[in-house]
Design a protein around this ligand. Structure first.
Ligand SMILES: CC(C)(COP(=O)(O)OP(=O)(O)OC[C@H]1O[C@@H](n2cnc3c(N)ncnc32)[C@H](O)[C@@H]1OP(=O)(O)O)[C@@H](O)C(=O)NCCC(=O)NCCS
Length: 406
């Protein structure tokens, strides 16, 4: 097996080659639209490529500069790891490990205390300290089973064109992000990929996007796949985003997308685990649910992340964190919570809980319970009741959620 000849940064002119090399490992080839999309959102100064002896690109990895919402605290800088690939003839020789080490170091140099990614396969990243932090679910229901318990009045919901969507949707998602941990920020360029880019040949036969808006309260983005079965309408609605700031707005938006003429099925992808649709439906038993592990986090600076979020209640716990890759993260830290805010300092005291940095990433946004990890043998040791005490501190009003893959 050949060795990489070099692992290096790229300049902007190499972004198409980076996109092609990544797509090839996934078994595809980007068309002009896909290349334009990658060029729009790629931060070329945050891309690494590994080159083979002949100069071709044999490995890729990049990062986006995100802000990540945390519970009851200001968003924190986050390296959104993306386009990770190692060509078949260079696999299993430690290239991914080298690329992640470099990207993590760069993130720390930029003052980002956390990295995030959405893995193609979950087992890849645990060994590098990533834990699933914000799971999500795809929901599917037939229109005839989608009766709402208290039918909402979707009257004030308006369908708006792309130009209006560009103006109305970003501030709404920002307002939702202020409440919901796990959501990452979107630049103008990201919004262009969500709203402006919509070539017919990339839609798999579906309609252009519709933007349904309740001004200042919420929005939904959806498409319709038109279909007819035996002369009867059998269209499918695909909801790609639905964000609302209050329950009435969520109900009104769901009422619109679940009762569109000429449609028969509704599919909503990557919904939060506390999705209100479950409880809006007369018969939630008819929902078909597919879970995903979703957003994975890697704590690059444990005390900085623990001190950034807000907490429920008051307590003091000493956490002993194992971190094989980042020595500055390993050791004992006293997490001291008063009035909902925490300090987190290195101490030399007996630990209440001993856990790997990956397990801390899994629970840090409040999406999973440490008691459940403990029951699965994933917490090395703990004084009686300590896992539950940490769970109580980490509890959040809303389940952490990231609404899209990056
Ligand atoms: C996944 C991938 C990036 C791994 O790259 P790599 O250079 O072979 O990884 P490394 O040699 O650094 O492997 C590091 C470790 O991860 C393990 N690993 C790598 N890929 C794995 C996978 N798909 N499932 C489980 N473990 C995996 C290796 O066995 C190795 O384990 P070890 O440290 O115990 O020896 C590469 O196989 C690839 O490009 N796959 C297809 C595209 C893809 O899935 N990319 C990820 C996008 S999120």
């Amino acid at each position: 097996m050949p060795e990489l000849s070099e692992l290096r940064a790229i300049d902007a002119a190499e972004v198409p080659a980076y996109a092609r090399a990544f797509a090839a490992v996934f078994g595809s080839e980007p068309d002009a639209h896909a290349l334009a999309r990658v060029a729009r959102i790629t931060e070329s100064d945050r891309v690494l490529v590994g080159t083979a002896a002949d100069g071709s690109i044999a490995a890729t990895a990049g990062a986006y500069s995100f802000d990540l919402s945390v519970p009851a605290g200001a968003p924190i800088g986050c390296a959104g790891i993306t386009r990770v690939s190692v060509r078949a003839d260079h696999r299993r020789r430690g290239v991914l490990r080298r690329m992640l080490q470099q990207l993590h170091r760069q993130a720390l140099d930029r003052g980002e205390p956390v990295a995030a990614l959405w893995p193609s396969e979950v087992p890849i990243y645990g060994r590098f300290g990533y834990g699933p932090s914000a799971a999500c679910q795809d929901l599917e229901v037939s229109r005839s089973s989608a009766q709402l318990r208290a039918p909402a009045d979707p009257g004030p919901v308006e369908l708006v064109d792309t130009a209006s969507a560009r103006r109305l949707l970003p501030p709404l998602r920002e307002a939702v992000r202020a409440q919901r941990p796990g959501l990452v920020s979107r630049t103008v360029a990201w919004w262009e990929t969500v709203l402006d880019e919509d070539p017919p040949d990339a839609r798999d036969g579906a309609s252009p996007r519709f933007h349904a808006v309740l001004p200042d309260r919420g929005y939904a983005i959806y498409r319709v796949h038109q279909r007819w079965t035996d002369g009867a309408p059998a269209g499918r609605v695909e909801v790609s985003e639905l964000h609302a700031l209050d329950p009435e707005s969520a109900a009104a938006l769901w009422a619109l997308v679940t009762d569109l003429d000429l449609t028969e099925r509704i599919v909503a992808r990557r919904r939060p685990l506390d999705e209100p649709l479950w409880h809006l439906l007369e018969d939630p038993g008819r929902l078909r649910i597919t879970g995903h592990w979703g957003l994975h986090l890697r704590l690059l600076d444990v005390p900085a992340v623990l001190a950034a979020r807000g907490y429920a209640g008051e307590d003091r716990l000493v956490l002993e964190v194992d971190d094989e890759l980042l020595a500055h993260n390993a050791g004992r830290f006293a997490l001291c919570v008063e009035d909902g805010r925490a300090t987190c300092r290195r101490v030399d005291e007996p630990a209440d809980l001993v856990l790997d940095v990956r397990e801390l990433a899994t629970v840090v946004l409040g999406g999973f319970r440490l008691t459940a990890l403990q029951a699965a043998g994933r917490v090395r040791s703990g004084t009686p009741g300590a896992a539950l005490r940490l769970d109580r501190l980490l509890f959040t009003d809303l389940a952490p959620w990231q609404d899209g893959v990056f």
